[in-house]
Design a protein around this ligand. Structure first.
Ligand code: SAM
Length: 280
């Protein structure tokens, strides 16, 4: 196997720094640098970009991102045991890697980044969905990032990219696809990680659209979608009863059938209903 840089193999790094994986931190490491470079390539052209990486761990993906030419990588890692290994990478790529020790949920990365910015991470599963929802729901659109290239459990990746009519279709699909192109770019079996997790994984690539695919007020859309999928087996006229007293009329005016179920309604349909509900 050819190496992507002059640094030691990741197994040696892990042994030397005694980085036994901790379940509580969602630690499933990628040890194949060809694979981490492949993931980095899915993030697009990095040469003119700063890249935000959450949870670099021993640095496999970090090395991939730097080898693929990222202008700068800002890596936020909660586990202090990983810092010496990351310092070695910083030394091999002078002035291109900044590491912050801490909880990604509590740190504002924007103070350390310059646009254009891409996000690429093998996320800790315990905070992955929360971070994704934050990145998808900023106060202003377009967001601070151009694209997100993120590892998830395959089931979560399928929920992000799901189409109407499928079991995985729900709030996460609407949230992601309303303002992004979202697709699964790599599927990975458990054995790709050390230690192997119980489930398969997938890398999702999301590109921010300049503006929403269909016009709608975000808060109204969120409320309608959350309420509809809360009782996904019920017909819209009963699952959405609490949203408006004249919901049947509103559904018809939005071009929807009151007898449809949430999982049959397209993103365009939900946006039309959100607009209809904004009317007096
Ligand atoms: N990127 C590495 C790789 O691909 O091998 C490690 C990925 S591992 C799935 C997740 C990493 O996120 C671990 O290094 C873990 O310590 C770190 N982590 C967990 N919770 C975190 C948090 N709240 N903020 C920042 N890092 C976190």
């Amino acid at each position: 196997m050819t190496s992507i840089d002059s640094l030691p193999p990741l197994r040696d790094v892990i042994d030397r720094h005694d980085l036994q994986a901790r379940k509580s931190l969602g630690q499933n490491f990628l040890l194949d640098l060809n694979l981490t470079s492949k993931i980095a390539r899915q993030a697009g052209d990095l040469t003119e970009c700063d890249v935000l990486e959450i949870g670099p761990g021993p640095g496999g993906l970090t090395r991939g991102l730097l080898a693929e030419g990222a202008r700068k990588v800002l890596a936020i890692e909660k586990d202090a045991r990983c810092l010496p290994a990351l310092a070695e990478i910083a030394q091999a790529y002078p002035n291109r890697l900044e590491v912050i020790e801490g909880d990604a949920l509590a740190i504002n990365p924007l103070e350390h980044l310059t646009a254009p910015i891409r996000v690429a991470s093998n996320l800790p599963y315990n905070v992955g969905t929360e971070l994704l929802i934050r990145w998808l729901t900023p106060k202003q659109w377009p967001p601070f990032w151009q694209s997100l290239t993120l590892m998830f459990q395959r089931e979560v990746a399928q929920r992000i990219t799901a189409e109407p009519g499928s079991k995985a279709y729900g709030r996460l699909a609407i949230l992601a696809q309303w303002r992004c192109d979202a697709r699964i770019v790599i599927n990975l079996p458990p054995e790709a990680f050390s230690p192997p997790p119980k489930v398969s994984s997938a890398v999702v690539h999301l590109t921010a659209l300049p503006e929403p695919r269909f016009p709608a007020d975000f808060k109204t859309l969120e409320r309608v979608v959350a309420t509809a999928f809360n009782q996904r087996r019920k017909m819209l006229r009963s699952s959405l009863k609490s949203v408006a007293p004249d919901i049947e009329d509103r559904l018809v005016a939005a071009g929807l059938k009151p007898t449809e179920r949430a999982e049959q309604v397209s993103l365009e349909g939900f946006c039309a209903l959100a607009r209809e509900l904004q009317k007096p």
